[in-house]
Design a protein around this ligand. Sequence first.
Ligand code: DC
Length: 215
Amino acid sequence: MTVPVIAIDGPSASGKGTIAALVAQHLDFHYLDSGALYRIVGLIGGERAANLDDDTEMSRITLNLNIKFTGTGVEANGREVSALIRDEKAGAAASRIAVLPGVRAALMTLQHGFRQPPGLVADGRDMGSVVFPDAGLKIYLTATPEERALRRYKQLIEKGGSASMAALLQDIRDRDFRDSNRAAAPLLKCAGAIEIDTTGTPVDAVVAQVLRSYQ
Ligand code: DC
């Protein structure tokens, strides 16, 4: 019997991570935050002063990385990196290395490994289109760029940082453009995906809608 998968894709800050983790919790399924993998590759590449646009160099780094989700965070080569990968710099580096086909291929086996009984909820950009094309349920989460920038803004302020709404909005627009226009596994609403616009919708209501679609 194949292990069921719920694929949740969508642009930056569309609420995928929050929704996917809660859906996984409700169903007692495993959860894969695929964006964290791209963020780790971006972070490590940056730290090693690698050329983030060089597929050969970045693929080699990716294949030699030991990534482990610990339940409370994520480790790269035994080092806790959960906080480091969340900053805007790691996000921008992730979006850059995510265009590289070799890096995407190197992360494929790792992602397939998360498909374990009783089931998996996976979030990212290409979960339904490329990584788990046979997923039983595919969701495409969206929200307006303004709403997504505001969510980012609140997150950063809550963490005690500072942020400019205008800069965050521009960053979201730039990332959307890069993620949607790359040749390798671009962000798209794939065939059969149910689109949910989360603008102004409480988290609980979106989770309930995903669970209803699954049942
Ligand atoms: O979901 P996120 O913001 O953590 O993702 C960070 C970057 O990683 C994003 O700009 C695009 C890339 N990404 C991807 O290309 N494919 C995925 N499945 C997940 C993330």
